[in-house]
Write a protein that binds this ligand. Sequence first.
Ligand SMILES: [Zn+2]
Length: 108
Amino acid sequence: MAHARVDIRRNDTVRVITGRDKGKEGRVLRVFPNDGKVLVEHVMMVKKNVRPNPGKNIKGGVAEQESRISLSNVLLMCPSCGPARIGHELRGERKVRICKKCGTTLDK
Ligand SMILES: [Zn+2]
C-alpha cells in the first residue's frame, strides 16, 4: 500500500461505503495494518462450518463469522457529524485524531 499510516483503530465505529454491506456501521474488532484490512462487527458475515464438540457443548452446524474487508472500504464515524475526514492535532505530548469537519476529538 502507498499509504502505510492507518487511522482506524480497534473499537472505532466505522461505516462501510462500498460492497455488499454498504451503509452498515459497526465496531472495529481488529485492524490488520500490513494487509490494509479490518474486521468489523456484523459486517461481511460469512458462513462457516463448525464441527460438533460435545466436550465444549458445541453442537456443530453452520456458524456466521465476520470476514476482513479493505480499510479503503470503511470510513471512521465522527460521533457529532457522521463520516469523518480525519485530521491530527497535538494535545500536549499526545497526537490525537480529530474530525476535520467539526473539530470533535475522535480519540477517547
Ligand atoms: Zn465531526
